[in-house]
Design a protein around this ligand. Structure first.
Ligand SMILES: Cc1cc2nc3c(=O)[nH]c(=O)nc-3n(C[C@H](O)[C@H](O)[C@H](O)COP(=O)(O)OP(=O)(O)OC[C@H]3O[C@@H](n4cnc5c(N)ncnc54)[C@H](O)[C@@H]3O)c2cc1C
Length: 429
C-alpha cells in the first residue's frame, strides 16, 4: 500500500463504492474495508430501492418519506434524494444492474410499509447483492483505485480540525500504518454490531461514529435507531435474518399466538414494531407469526426465492408453515452531521451512507430509501471533491505515534463506549 493518496474511502458498501465510481480517474483513491469487500450491509438489502415514478408521484413520495420520518426530516435532503432517483437508476442500468420486469418488459414495482403506492424497484429479494456486486465489479476495474480488504481504520489523522489521512491496521499481519490524503470519506455503515439482536453484519460497529466523537466532529440525531418489525426468530446468537417488509407489502399477514391478525401490517416500521412488542408481551411469547402461504407458490418463488431458501434451511417451509418473527435492530438514522455535499464539521472529512446524517430520514426511515440515499449522497461527495476545493484537507502527521494504537481491542471498545454514551446522552428521558 502507498503512503499517500488523494482520497481515502473507508468502507466498500453501496456508499463507498459509488463515491469511488464517481470520482475522476486522475485522482488516486484508496478504499479499505474491515472484512472481505462483499461483507457489507448493502449486500444484504432484500426489498429494493425507491424511485420516483414520474412527476405525478413526487408529492406522494415526498409525503410518504416525511410522514414515516415524523416530519422532522430535512426537506431539502428529501427533495434532492427524490429528484435524483431517476438518474441514479439510469446509471445503475448502465452498469448492467438488473431489476425485475413484468411480462411486457416494464419494470415491476413493489410496495413496503408506509408507501402509498408501489415505487420500489427490486431484483427478486436480493436487490442489494445485485446492485452492490455490480458496483464492486466496476470499481475493481478502475485503474486509479487500490482496494484493500481485511484492513481496519483505527483513527483519522487530524490537526486543528483539518483531516489529513487515517491510521489503519492490516488485519492479516497486524501491521499498522499511517496513510495521508487530502480527503477522507467515511462510509462505514451503521452500528448494528453493537446490538445482540440485529439484522446487520456483526463487524459493522459504528467505528467511524466513535472516531468522529473522539475528534469532536459534530454528530446529529444519535438517538434515532430503527428497529425492523420482522426478523426471523432464532434461539441462537448472531445476525438476524430479515423477512423483508416487501413480503408484507405483497400481502403477508401477522398473527398473534391464537393465529388472529392483530394489526395493520403496513404501518411505518417504528409503529408496527411497538405494536408487535406489545402483542408479544400480552401473549407472553418470544415472537409473533408471519403468514405468506396464501400468496401462492409461483409468487413466492419468483419474488422471494432467497427468503424461501433461507427459511427452508431453518426447517420452515414458507409455502406451508408460519414464520416466527421478532423485531431486531436494523438501521441508524442518526450519525455524523453532514451538509448536502457530505461535508462534516471537520475540513477534509466527508461522510456518506448510513454513517452520515443529513436528516433525510427524519426519525424513522421509509423502507427502501436507504440504498437510494447512500447512492445519491455519495455521488454528491464525489462531485464536491471534483468541483470544489473549499473542503480540501491535509495536515502533518508528526504528532501521530503508532504506539498509541497497539491495543486495538481496547481502542475499539473505547469507540463503542463513546457511541453508546452519546446515544444515551441524546435520548430524551
Ligand atoms: C438485512 C438488511 C436488509 C436491508 N434491506 C434494504 C432494502 O431492501 N432497501 C434499502 O434501501 N435498504 C436496505 N437495507 C439498508 C441498507 O442496506 C444499508 O443502510 C445501506 O446499504 C448502507 O450502505 P453503506 O454503504 O452506508 O454501509 P454498508 O453497506 O454497511 O458498508 C459499510 C462498510 O464499511 C466497512 N467498515 C466499517 N467499519 C470499518 C472500519 N473501522 N474500517 C474499515 N472498514 C470499515 C464495512 O466493512 C463495510 O464495507 C437493509 C439492511 C439490512 C441489514
Amino acid at each position: 500500500m502507498n503512503k499517500d493518496y488523494d482520497i481515502i474511502i473507508v468502507g466498500t458498501g453501496a456508499a463507498g463504492l459509488y463515491c469511488a465510481l464517481n470520482l475522476p480517474t486522475h485522482l488516486r483513491v484508496l478504499m479499505i474495508t474491515k472484512k472481505e469487500a462483499k461483507a457489507s450491509d448493502s449486500f444484504l438489502a432484500q426489498g429494493g430501492i425507491c424511485v420516483l415514478r414520474g412527476e405525478k408521484d413526487y408529492d406522494a413520495f415526498y409525503e410518504d418519506t416525511m410522514k414515516a420520518g415524523h416530519y422532522v426530516n430535512n426537506p431539502k435532503a428529501v427533495d434532492l434524494m427524490i429528484r435524483s432517483s431517476n438518474a441514479i437508476i439510469h446509471d445503475l442500468l448502465n452498469h448492467d444492474i438488473q431489476f425485475n420486469q413484468d411480462e411486457n418488459g416494464n419494470f415491476s414495482y413493489t410496495k413496503e410499509g408506509a408507501h402509498s403506492r408501489p415505487r420500489i424497484m427490486h431484483h427478486q429479494d436480493i436487490t442489494g447483492k445485485e446492485i452492490t456486486s455490480g458496483l464492486l465489479d466496476a470499481v475493481r476495474s478502475l485503474p486509479n483505485v487500490d482496494l484493500y480488504e481485511n484492513t481496519t481504520m483505527l483513527d483519522i489523522v487530524e490537526t486543528d480540525n483539518v483531516c489529513g489521512g487515517i491510521v489503519l491496521e492490516h488485519m492479516n499481519t497486524g501491521k499498522q500504518q499511517i496513510v495521508t490524503s487530502s480527503y477522507v470519506v467515511l462510509s462505514t455503515g451503521g452500528l448494528g454490531g453493537l446490538y445482540d439482536n440485529t439484522t446487520n453484519f456483526q463487524h459493522i460497529t459504528g467505528d467511524a461514529l466513535g472516531i468522529a466523537i473522539a475528534h469532536n466532529v459534530t454528530m446529529q440525531n444519535m438517538d434515532y435507531v430503527q428497529i425492523h418489525p420482522t426478523s426471523l426468530y432464532s434461539e441462537t446468537n448472531g445476525r438476524r435474518f430479515l423477512i423483508s417488509e416487501s413480503v408484507r407489502g405483497e400481502g403477508a399477514y401477522l398473527y398473534d399466538k391464537n393465529l388472529n391478525r392483530f394489526t395493520d401490517e403496513l404501518m411505518p416500521r417504528d409503529k408496527l414494531t411497538a405494536v408487535i412488542l406489545n402483542q408479544m408481551e400480552k401473549d407472553g411469547t418470544p415472537h409473533v407469526w408471519e403468514d405468506m402461504r396464501h400468496m401462492g407458490k409461483e409468487r413466492i418463488m419468483s419474488h422471494f426465492p432467497n427468503i424461501y431458501d433461507h427459511c427452508l434451511k431453518q426447517g420452515i417451509n414458507v409455502l406451508k408453515d408460519l414464520i416466527p418473527v421478532v423485531p431486531a435492530q436494523h438501521y441508524f438514522m442518526g450519525g455524523i452531521a453532514v451538509n448536502l455535499a457530505g461535508q462534516t464539521s471537520m475540513r477534509g472529512l466527508y461522510a456518506c451512507g448510513e454513517t452520515a446524517c443529513n436528516g433525510v430520514h427524519g426519525k424513522n426511515r421509509l423502507a427502501s430509501n436507504s440504498l437510494l440515499e447512500a447512492l445519491v449522497f455519495s455521488k454528491r461527495v464525489a462531485e464536491d471533491i471534483m468541483f470544489s476545493t473549499d473542503h480540501k484537507g491535509g495536515c502533518s502527521t508528526e504528532h501521530v505515534k503508532l504506539e498509541q494504537y497497539k491495543d486495538k481491542e481496547a481502542l475499539l471498545e473505547h469507540y463503542k463506549k463513546l457511541v453508546l454514551a452519546e446515544m444515551e446522552r441524546t435520548t430524551p428521558s
